[in-house]
Design a protein around this ligand. Structure first.
Ligand code: ADP
Ligand code: ZN
Length: 599
């Protein structure tokens, strides 16, 4: 049986090896067992059901909530010669019926169906009259109310195992903590399923969180120095900021497009299309962007605002580097972020329990932003997965962070909050500490408080760093109204001199120079440059002819391997990872011709 699986892997998908645990998943599923797979983004989930569907008799039914994705997946399958189609509400009338007929006649190997259509009585009826190889429930965390993408239609998927008890089911997700996992198993009736959980780590992503000075300029330098002509996503919290950032980047000569729910639908769709189909487009977006984007060669994800939780951060940054090649998760973070988010939470009208959960999540995110040790270790341990050694591929590993004894400074900062009545924001507090005679200082007679002028030893920036860390670590709280700071019980020890505080020594960030120690982009050797451009041009032409995104023709990883291998025959070309029989027949000649001219 596995022999057949290897043959399909090679002939259809063009890969020689399974990635762990694909082989075990495939073998369980082909043998007719239910399976539950938890694998990080880019781990290779699709193959886990696509390949068994080709081996088992009947049509494989894939349930996916991401309508936008379906068509691309179907195109990619058709490219490798698999008979696949999709059924969803965005398809032209008649299309869905035609697909149903193909399924009835047993002419499809895979059919993708949106959950709300699958559970219609008519769909269940025509499915009952055909042979089904397996059900794949993608993005299975959508069934969990505890999770963050809950879809009520998913609850009805229990019908599958009631109506089709003999058909094996595979549920897949990339985001599920243990509580969500339990919920998925319970709601989908997967108690008997073989469970495969692979590590959450994304070693090809370099995590970096830098101090915010002039965020836009920092972002520009980051892009120019490390990711020129790469595709990337920039996340901002508000629509306004998305618009202004996209415009500013464009003015600087960067191919950047906005994306948020307030844009006209056509514009949004057009921008998304360009991101998928053109090379090197940067999308500036609110978090609305991403679900449904399966582009494998996103080389960086940048955050100009702090996400509300590590789950959100990990999901968003996880959109980088699905193809496994080096990518960067970059964020600019500062005092305003902490204040803004704490303020929003303070004003939330959710119930107390929900607020407490949200608060805890934000605190973990802040912890990640402030940590002085390996970021990846912090991330992994948050997801319950211990990483024994520092990763060597995050900013803290690459440039170790210094700390300083901030006990005295913290005491001054906290007592200044207290002396001024716990009703002022950071700017004023720092003015008082540094003894500045501003209008506000005079207005409130703050030149008479005992903390006036006791902070001349530190700069504005240093005091901001102290306050940021005090808020992030929960010594100070933020008032909803105007972001005024007030003391928490926790600060007693520090004020009384009983608790010592070790603070992060923020490196001095120069907005023009954010280059990391390690070059993270993938430089093409000078002698290969012409060849690389020729291959990309060839891919672009083919992609346009077929109206599919370039990566559906070949991934970057495949073209990169071609640079190394420099095949001279179709047979050599066919041995490259990602080149299956169908693509070799269809495109081999074209690429080989383009390549031979540039060796
Ligand atoms: P996920 O759905 O888990 O995010 P995908 O199924 O999209 O991941 O796969 C991620 C990438 O890995 C794709 O580009 C896919 O072609 C590639 N891939 C999957 N399995 C293998 C394999 N066995 N060998 C090489 N590449 C693979
Ligand atoms: Zn690290």
């Amino acid at each position: 049986m596995m022999q057949e699986a290897y043959k399909v892997l090679e002939d259809v998908f063009g890969y020689t090896e399974f990635r762990s645990p694909q082989d075990e998943v495939v073998s369980s599923l082909v043998a007719g067992r239910d399976v539950f797979v938890l694998m990080p983004t880019g781990g290779g989930k699709s193959l886990c059901y696509q390949l068994p569907a080709l081996i088992r008799p009947g049509v494989g039914v894939v349930i996916s909530p991401l309508i936008a994705l379906m068509q691309d997946q179907v195109s990619a399958l058709c490219e490798v010669g698999v008979r696949a189609a999709c059924i969803n509400s965005s398809m032209p009338p008649g299309h869905n019926r035609e697909v149903e007929n193909l399924v009835r006649r047993g002419e499809l190997e895979l059919v993708y169906i949106a959950p709300e259509r699958l559970t219609l009585a008519t769909t269940i009826e025509w499915l009952s009259s055909t042979s089904i190889s397996l059900f794949a429930i993608d993005e299975a965390h959508c069934v969990a109310q505890w999770g963050h993408d809950f879809r009520s239609e998913y609850l009805q998927l229990s019908i599958l195992h009631e109506r089709f008890s003999h058909v094996p089911r595979i549920a897949l997700t990339a985001t599920a903590d243990s509580k969500t996992q339990e919920e998925i198993v319970a709601r989908l009736g997967l108690q008997q399923a073989a469970v495969y959980i692979s590590g959450f780590d994304r070693p090809n992503i370099q995590y970096r969180i830098t101090q915010k000075v002039n965020a836009k300029q920092q972002l520009l330098s980051f892009i120019q120095q490390e990711h020129t002509s790469d595709a990337g996503v920039v996340y901002c919290m508000s629509r306004n900021k998305v618009d202004s950032t996209a415009k500013w980047l464009s003015d600087q000569g960067i191919k950047a497009l906005p994306y948020h729910a307030g844009l006209n639908k056509d514009v949004r769709q057009q921008n998304q299309e360009r991101f998928l189909r053109e090379d090197g487009v940067i999308i500036v977006a609110t978090i609305a962007f991403g679900m449904g984007i399966d582009k494998p060669d996103v080389r960086f994800v940048a955050h100009l605002d702090l996400p509300k939780s590590i789950e959100a951060y990990y999901q968003e940054t996880g959109r980088a580097g699905r193809d496994g090649l080096p990518s960067t998760a970059w964020m600019a973070y500062g005092l305003e972020d902490v204040i803004k988010l704490k303020q929003i939470m303070a004003g939330s009208e959710a119930n107390e329990q929900f607020k407490r959960i949200e608060q805890r999540k934000l605190d973990s995110m802040l912890g990640l932003a402030e940590v002085t040790s390996c970021r990846r270790q912090t991330l992994m341990s948050y997801f319950g997965e211990a990483l024994s050694d520092p990763c060597g591929n995050c900013d803290n590993c690459l440039t170790p962070v210094q700390t300083w004894n901030g006990t005295e400074a913290a005491r001054k900062a906290l007592s200044c909050v207290y002396r001024t009545g716990q009703r002022f924001g950071v700017v004023h507090l720092i003015n008082v500490l540094r003894g500045k005679q501003t209008d506000k200082v005079s207005q409130f007679n703050h030149h008479e408080v005992t903390t006036f002028g006791i902070g001349g030893d530190l700069s504005d920036a240093q005091w901001r760093s102290v306050y940021r860390q005090l808020v992030a670590r929960g010594y100070l709280s933020v008032n909803f109204d105007h972001g005024q700071l007030f003391l928490n019980d926790k600060c007693r020890g520090v004020l009384r001199g009983e608790e010592a505080l070790e603070l992060r020594l923020d490196p001095i960030v120069n907005a023009q120079k954010t280059r990391s120690k390690q070059q993270n982009n993938m430089p093409i050797a000078e002698e290969n440059r012409a060849l690389w451009e020729a291959l990309r041009a060839c891919r672009k032409t083919l992609a346009e002819e077929q109206s599919v995104p370039p990566y559906v023709i070949f991934h970057d990883a495949t073209l990169k391997e071609l640079l190394d291998v420099k095949p001279t025959t179709l047979q050599e070309f066919g041995a490259i990872s990602g080149v299956g029989q169908k693509k070799l027949d269809k495109y081999g000649g074209c690429f080989l011709k383009a390549a031979l001219e540039h060796y």
